[in-house]
Design a protein around this ligand. Structure first.
Ligand code: UN1
Length: 507
């Protein structure tokens, strides 16, 4: 386990940090177990409310300095973080894979997403553009500019323990903010490793302590961020229930929240689809990462003319899936994050059966050598009705719901007929169908793809979704605007003071 040493992971360490300084973390220990083999990897200390105050004070002081550093200079520091991540890619990817349970390729892919967002943020640091407008008054100039917000709180989930933090932190930093990161309790070591990498670069560049803070803790730590008036933006990724409590607390104090919550993503397989392509997209989308992506394909809506053929192809493909240690590159499907996740997988299967679902690929928990952690489950497929309560909710596990449709309108109705709205896709070679799916009367999701599955979005686009997914957008495009405040400036360079809207006010 060289990767533990290489990423600086010790048997017991602090999880509370202002940068290069690590506080004691007197809020108790959080144990990190690997779902790969069930072994305890290390323990990380959590913050007390007193230590939290220390983070806030250090971050507030750091902001006063960091905000005055020119944005392209901030970009240069982020560029160096990208370089440091390139150097540590193998070790960090392995750690992510071991701590979270995703395949090694996907662990490395996650670190690649971090590197990519660093590159993106470097370019962005010279492109934080505002518009200029024509004033209605003579000898007046009008424009807008973007200023940083201050402290950005980042709450991240176990399934992408490092990439989602980097989408937020890299953009927030080039925009001039400072960050306090509360990682998932289920993957604190990956966060500790990232904090070390970032802090070392900041220190080398003379950036003050507090620009990058790590706040390990449980729900209470998340609530501190959500309720704290000193934190103008809280970006939270995770369950809908978590997002709802964060959103309510942040709104109550007029803060802003950026939410990336549950998905219940569907692929429509048209009778005009290239079924081989559809197969790869859907099997990776549904079974990859053991069904633990926000973008995982959970529903498959298949045209009745190709339904039987495609179902049989799926059944054959599922029989080929190799379940096992994700660090072994021959395996396709690793474990769920913990045994609680296994319980909710089993409950969902039971509920599906009770509600009338019929399994064409049976689920179950893997047993025997190599599966001692108790976290390995079989990806499964059930034929269902779209309105069944279980089909309407997100279970973070590899359960795929299969349903037929007759017309494109019906397919879109089924696709949109769930409370969540993150990712969606259509597999078709028919131009009309594809465009209908992307049109105003098509998919209601934040992401809508053609001939690509629902997962594996690139960092260059804005990532997020509608309805219960929370409405936030992270990563590419102009998602950076969420991390800044807009100021409209009107300047009068004349010798008279005409009022807008033609109002006369003579004294
Ligand atoms: C998530 O599951 O929270 O689009 C993020 C994807 C990845 C990111 C998923 N690039 O599947």
């Amino acid at each position: 386990m060289d990767f533990l040493q290489e990423t600086g992971i010790m048997a017991r360490q602090s999880g509370v940090s202002t940068g290069t300084k690590w506080l004691a973390g007197e809020g108790g220990d959080i144990e990190s177990f690997s779902p790969v083999d069930g072994k305890r990897i290390a323990s990380v200390t959590a913050a007390t409310s007193v230590e939290y105050e220390q983070l806030i004070r250090t971050a507030e002081a750091a902001f006063l300095q960091w905000r005055t550093v020119p944005a392209p200079r901030r970009g240069e520091v982020v560029r160096q973080i990208g370089e440091a991540l390139r150097e540590k890619k193998q070790a960090l990817g392995r750690l992510v894979s071991y701590e979270m349970g995703k395949s090694l390729q996907e662990g490395l892919g996650e670190v690649q997403e971090m590197i990519d967002i660093c590159d993106f943020a470097v370019g962005l640091s010279r492109q934080l553009y505002g518009l200029s407008m024509h004033s209605e008054r003579p000898q007046h100039r009008m424009y807008e500019q973007w200023h940083p917000l201050g402290i950005v709180g980042i709450i991240s989930a176990f399934n992408f323990p490092v990439a989602v933090w980097s989408w937020n932190a890299m953009l927030a930093w080039v925009c001039g903010n400072v960050c306090i990161w509360k990682p998932s309790e289920k993957a604190p070591l990956s966060a500790v490793a990232c904090q070390r990498i970032a802090a070392e670069v900041f220190e080398r560049n003379g950036v003050p302590e507090g620009v990058s803070c790590l706040l390990t803790g449980g729900r209470d730590a998340g609530a501190w961020l959500a309720e704290d008036k000193r934190i103008p933006l809280v970006s939270a990724t995770g369950s809908t229930a978590m997002g709802q409590s964060v959103a309510v607390a942040v709104a109550a104090r007029f803060g802003r929240s950026l939410l990336e919550l549950g998905g219940n993503n569907a692929v429509i397989v048209s009778r005009h689809a290239d079924l081989d392509m559809a197969l790869i997209g859907t099997v990776f989308g549904a079974a990859g990462t053991a069904g633990q992506r926000c973008t995982t394909t959970r529903r498959l809506i298949v045209h009745k003319d190709v339904y039987d053929v495609f179902r049989d192809k799926l059944i054959k493909a599922y029989a080929q899936l190799r379940i096992g240690n994700p660090l072994d590159e021959r395996n396709h499907v690793g474990p769920l994050i913990d045994t609680r996740a296994v319980q909710s997988y089993l409950r969902a299967i039971e509920a599906c059966k009770a509600q009338g679902g019929r399994f064409v690929v049976e689920g179950g928990v893997m047993e025997g050598a190599g599966f001692e952690s108790g976290c390995y489950v079989k990806p499964c497929i059930a034929e269902v009705q779209p309105g069944m309560p279980i089909v309407q909710s997100e279970t973070f596990a590899p359960i795929l719901y299969l349903m037929p449709y007759a017309s494109p309108e019906e397919a879109i109705k089924i696709q949109n007929g769930v409370p969540q709205g993150l990712s969606s896709a259509i597999m078709t070679l028919n131009l009309r169908e594809a465009e209908q799916f992307l049109s105003v009367s098509g998919s209601d999701c934040g992401i809508a793809n053609v001939n690509i599955g629902t997962s594996g979005a690139e960092i260059g686009g804005a990532f997020g979704g509608e309805k219960e997914t929370g409405g936030g957008r992270e990563s590419g495009s102009d998602a950076w605007k969420a991390y800044m405040r807009r100021q409209t400036n009107t300047i009068n360079f004349g010798s008279r003071l005409p009022l807008a809207q033609g109002i006369q006010f003579d004294l």
